[in-house]
Design a protein. Structure first.
Length: 208
């Protein structure tokens, strides 16, 4: 028999899954009602408050979960990079796998990034900051290991994250064939950003 704490966690998970299940390309988080989320999760509306203060708190939990899951996947991708040696290709493939398995979660993150709620925008800004910081650290290590200096790892990371999120938004509702095309374009764009930064770094060194 599940303990009270385990049952509470199970119900909390059911509420988060219920909210995600009701999202779609045509329906955003802001249109959800507490009552319908509770009904989808199989609990009474009054029981919702034992787990979240309101729907916004539930949404923030989803944003945090989405960001953590993606960062964990990208860390795993680094181990795969060691085996096949292609950092950009492996990272893009991993990101697209995440999209396939978490379409509604990523859709939520994209919408709230520029949504009406300042609380959500702040949360998404923090998640993106995590992505950029970790990627910038990876790029600096890559530059040192390959002896290919970058002009500004932070700016390169910001550009890459922006492109990845934009292509990810396109891929959400694309056909499998379109997704493959988007994946190829994304890999090319990221390589162009990386090579451009390396070229700029060499040019800057030549001026010194």
């Amino acid at each position: 028999m599940a303990s009270r704490a385990e049952q509470k966690q199970k119900t909390r998970r059911a509420l988060m899954d219920a909210a995600l299940a009701q999202l779609s390309p045509d329906r955003g988080f802001g249109s959800l009602s507490l009552r319908e989320v509770a009904r989808e999760a199989g609990i009474a509306p009054t029981s919702f408050y034992r787990h979240f203060a309101d729907l916004d708190e539930l949404g923030l939990a989803l944003v945090d979960e989405g960001g953590v899951a993606l960062r964990q996947l990208m860390r795993q991708a680094r181990k795969r990079i060691v085996r096949n040696g292609s950092a950009i290709s492996t990272s893009v493939d991993t990101f697209m796998e995440y999209l396939s398995n978490n379409a509604n979660l990523f859709r939520l993150m994209l919408r709230e990034r520029t949504g009406a709620s300042k609380t959500f925008r702040t949360a998404m800004k923090a998640e993106i900051e995590h992505f950029v910081t970790e990627l910038a650290d990876d790029l600096r290590r890559f530059a040192e290991e390959q002896d290919k200096p970058l002009s500004d790892a932070r700016l390169v990371a910001e550009a890459m994250v922006t492109v990845v999120f934009n292509r990810g938004a396109e891929a959400l509702d694309a056909t499998p064939r379109e997704q493959e095309e988007l994946k190829a374009k994304l890999k090319t764009q990221l390589r162009m950003i990386l090579v451009g930064s390396q070229t700029l770094a060499l040019w800057q060194q030549g001026r010194e």
